[in-house]
Design a protein around this ligand. Sequence first.
Ligand code: ZN
Length: 371
Amino acid sequence: MATGYLYHEVFGWHDTGSHAGAFPSNPAAGLQPFIHMENAETKRRFHELVVVSGLIDHLVRLAPRQATDEEILRVHTAEHLARIESESEQPKGGDAGDGISPFGQGGASIARLAAGAVVECVDAVLDGRVDNAYALVRPPGHHAIASSGMGFCIFGNVAIAAAHARAVRGVERIAVVDWDVHHGNGTQAAFYDGSDVLTVSVHQDNVFPPDSGRLDERGEGAGAGYALNIPLPPGTGDGGYLHVMDEVVVPAVRAFGPDLVLVASGFDAGVMDPLARQMVTSEGFRAITERVLAVADDCCAGRVVMSHEGGYNPVYVPFCGLAVLEAMSGVRVLEDPFLPLVSGFAGHDLKPAEAEVIAAAAVQIPAAEGS
Ligand code: ZN
């Protein structure tokens, strides 16, 4: 099994600057300057653990390239691309579009590289250079919509890679599994009215974007039934996440029968994350990865490409990410030193409110093609 791995140091140079967490600092409002929540450390430290643990020796390094205008414009408007490019030339950079997603001078080229990295990982898997691949990119992408970036995202990395696979590589059916704790609204919107891309988002109920990712968002027109949302209650742990994989995500992917599986891999459902209130441990992420790999083995020769999204605890994200890469590569190199503590927290077992939402989502799975 060969697992592709893509990281570039310049992803750490995407400059989100001085912020009071997610908001611009503002003394009049009591917002003391600090770092932006979406800073380089979680991803940089994840990469450094991949290297220091020795897992890097078992992975196939892939090199990023910049996404082209044509690739970006399959998902975004020309106005959005032009504005990002223009603001990127300013000495102090600009904002992706919602006022909480800053980027520094030159940010457009880093965002292009992030999107191009996921495209390259898709090509590497489709070419058979590797069996599966992980793109450890920054900035993230799953919130960006056609006309704007948002939620720390500039371009829709996964949506751009999916559109590339469809348009250039002739891939007919793609399943996107988004386990970032926030709703994958941008990826969903890119394919909301079509049946060629199934989007499945597992997220904490109504966190970000506000009022987005409800159970009743199911696609429209030809895409009706091809968007699935599972808004889990706060406090969902490993048991709830395994249940949602077994009852909704895996059956939905299996019924859809994709030729390629893309994963929007965020670690902000992690048990120590500051931006949400879920409880997934590194073993939980390992187990949900194994579920995705298994169904992809059955459907599409294991063709899985993961693209890094959120995850904001710089100490714990690296161990969650390492567990995912261990599962993808089939190589174990390190035990999570936090696991004895965090796996003992009360709340990991499936709870009735979680089971209720998962059951409601399960009945929305489209019938298997050809059945
Ligand atoms: Zn997130």
